[in-house]
Design a protein around this ligand. Structure first.
Ligand SMILES: [Zn+2]
Length: 71
């Protein structure tokens, strides 16, 4: 086995590892951004707001605490 062959194998392992890291990172992030991008309407005024900033009362979502009082 020549040094060139060893280098190519090492490079392939390194490349595979890099691809694995990128795929792992993207999967994790798409989940995170997927949740942040979810837009739902306020049950009172129908204003569309991100799910992460919505207020949940009685299984309904509201844009503000003021509107959640109308639940
Ligand atoms: Zn509202």
């Amino acid at each position: 086995m020549g040094i060139t062959k060893i280098l190519i194998i090492a490079l392939l392992i390194w490349a595979a590892y890099k691809v694995y890291l990128v795929v792992k990172f993207r999967t994790k992030n798409s989940d995170y951004y997927g949740l942040n991008k979810k837009i739902i309407p306020c049950s009172f005024c129908k204003t569309h707001i991100p799910l992460t900033s919505a207020i949940k009362v009685n299984n309904k979502y509201f844009c503000s605490t003021d509107h959640s009082k109308n639940a």
